[in-house]
Design a protein around this ligand. Sequence first.
Ligand code: PGA
Length: 280
Amino acid sequence: MTSSRNRPLWVGTSWKMNKTLAEAATFVDELLAVPIPSGIQVFVLPPYTALASVRSRVPEDSPILLGAQNAHWAPEGSWTGEISMRMAKDAGATLIEIGHSERREHFGETDRTVARKAAAAVAYGLIPLICVGEPLAVRDEGGAEDFVRVQLQIALSELAPAEISQVLIAYEPIWAIGEHGIPATIDQVAPVMALISDVVTVAAGGPVRAVLYGGSVSTQNAREVLSDPNTHGLFVGRAAWQASGFIELLKLCAPLSGAGAGQSTIYSRTLPWTTTAALL
Ligand code: PGA
C-alpha cells in the first residue's frame, strides 16, 4: 500500500515543553542542513517562546511548515496566559495543534473547546491539527472506536464540509503517548484509522488533508504504522526532539511517501484555502 501513495506524507513533531531559544536554533540549523525528501510535508511545532525566532530562521521558501501547540478561540481580550489564533499566526504559525491528550488531561480541554478552537483556527486561515485518542480503560472495554468517533464528531461540529476537508487529524491513543507509552501495533491502530477515515469522509464530503498517527512513533515502528492505507503521516514527540532523530525518521519515510508517483503536492506557507477569509 505504501508504495502507491498519491498524496504527500505528513511528518511532524511537537517539541511540547522543551527547548530554549538556543536549543531551538540548533535543531532548526541541523534540519535545514539536510534536503527535505520530496513527497514529505514536514512540520515543526515549537513552544510559543521559540516560534517567532524559529520562523525567522526558516527561509521563506522552505517547505517546512511551522505551527503552535495550542491557541485560544477568542480573537483577543482578558485571557491571562493565553495566546490567540491571530497572535499565533503573527508569530509564524501555519498549523495549530488542538486537543492533545495532555491538554485535555491537565488543562481542562474538552471536546467543546476543541470544536471552538478548530473553528477559530479555520477563521484565521490556520490549519487545525485535531488530536483524538482513547484512554487505556476505554480500549480495554472495546470502546476505542466509539470514543474516537464522538471526539471527532464534536471536534468537527462547528466546521462546514469544505472547511473539514482542510483539517489534519492525528489519532493518538493516550496509552501509547510519552515516556510510559506502550507502542501500539498496526492491528490496534488500523481499525481506528479506518473509522476516522469514514467519519471525516462523510463530514467533509470527501477526503481531509491528512490523517496522522502519533504515540511512541520511532524508527522502530514508523514503517509498520505507515503500511496502513488510511494513515497519511506521523506526529512524533520524543523520537524527533533531536534533529538527528527527526532527520533519521524523514529518511526512513522518504521511500514510503509516493514521491515519484507524480501526484504529491507539497504545501507552502500560503496554503490553498477555500473558506472563510482571515479576520485580520
Ligand atoms: P511521543 O509523543 O512520540 O513522545 O509518544 C507523541 C505525541 O504526544 O504527540
